[in-house]
Design a binder for this molecule. Structure first.
Ligand code: PAF
Length: 286
């Protein structure tokens, strides 16, 4: 595996591959890689001739300076994992390389970016759109792989790609969980032992929510049930739990509004650590 530090080197590598008629898979990451990321890399490896993984903690998507400061950075371990997984290129640039000038672009991301994470983290999705559009422009991937844990991010990236005219396929990949159900996240490393022990209550509440939906409870009853269950755990605090349409990301009032199945998207504070998760509700029968 080759480690590329500059945009020029990245461009040269992918142009050569494209010239040889090879398909290119891109896995954008912010590093601190775990099994969730590796499942994206493995899928890209299976589906594409050349696999490029970017590792860049993108400052423009952090609306909380402390979060940016404390975001785990583990470049050596990350590169070792990518090498073992058979990635061809790790793109590991500096901030100056990505943003030689401040990026002042404002994307019209529409209503998918206005709710949930968009409402709680102003500017976050514009920052995601800035970095991902740069990566798409440089790499022009045949396929780009993103984890469904950040499901709203996928909707936003689809919108950005449509506006910018990127042709590559955006491939959503399943959430990877620890044995006790906690969704894998780089932020999990910031949980202390006590927090780590209570965090799986989030996934348990989501599973209960799915059962309650199957048993005939209304959207609001299901929503309330999950929030109450989580907030009853000392040390957990729900920031939001919205049951949304899978395409528009808009909250639904009744199950029939999402006939192909709704998504329950949740964000919970476990101490100071902000954890995100989601679950699919099975489609309602007509
Ligand atoms: O999901 C992430 O890790 C980041 O938001 C992404 C897509 C790599 C952009 O910085």
């Amino acid at each position: 595996m080759e480690i590329l530090r500059t945009v020029d080197a990245l461009r040269r590598a992918v142009e050569k591959a494209r010239g040889e008629g090879l398909s290119i898979g891109l896995v954008p990451t912010m590093g601190a890689l775990h099994r969730g990321h590796m499942s994206l890399v493995e899928r890209a490896r299976r589906e594409c001739d050349v696999v490029v993984v970017s590792i860049f903690v993108n400052p423009t998507q952090f609306n909380n300076p402390d979060d940016l400061l404390t975001y785990p950075r583990t470049e050596q371990a990350d590169c070792a994992m990518l090498e073992a997984a058979g990635a061809d290129f790790a793109f590991v640039p500096s901030s100056e390389e990505i943003y030689p000038e401040p990026d002042t672009r404002v994307f019209d991301l529409g209503s998918v970016a206005e709710v949930m994470e968009g409402a709680m983290r102003p500017g976050h999705f514009n920052g995601v759109a800035q970095i991902v559009s740069k990566l798409f422009g440089w790499v022009q991937p045949s396929r780009a792989y993103f984890g469904r844990k950040d499901i709203q991010q996928i909707a936003v990236i689809r919108r950005m790609a449509a506006i910018e005219g990127f042709a590559g396929e955006i491939v959503p990949c399943p959430i990877v969980r620890e044995d006790d159900g906690l969704a894998m996240s780089s932020r999990n490393t910031r949980l202390n032992a006590g927090q780590r022990a209570i965090a799986p209550a989030i996934h348990r509440a989501l599973l209960d929510a799915v059962e309650a939906c199957k048993a005939g409870e209304s959207v609001e009853q299901v929503r309330r049930r999950a929030v109450d269950a989580i907030d009853a755990v000392d040390g957990l605090r729900t920031e939001y739990f919205e049951i949304v349409h899978p395409d528009t990301m808009q909250p639904i009032a009744c199950w029939e509004e999402a006939p192909r199945g709704a998504i329950g998207c949740i964000t919970v504070y476990c101490g100071e650590v902000r954890l995100i998760d989601n679950i699919s509700f099975t489609p309602v029968k007509p």
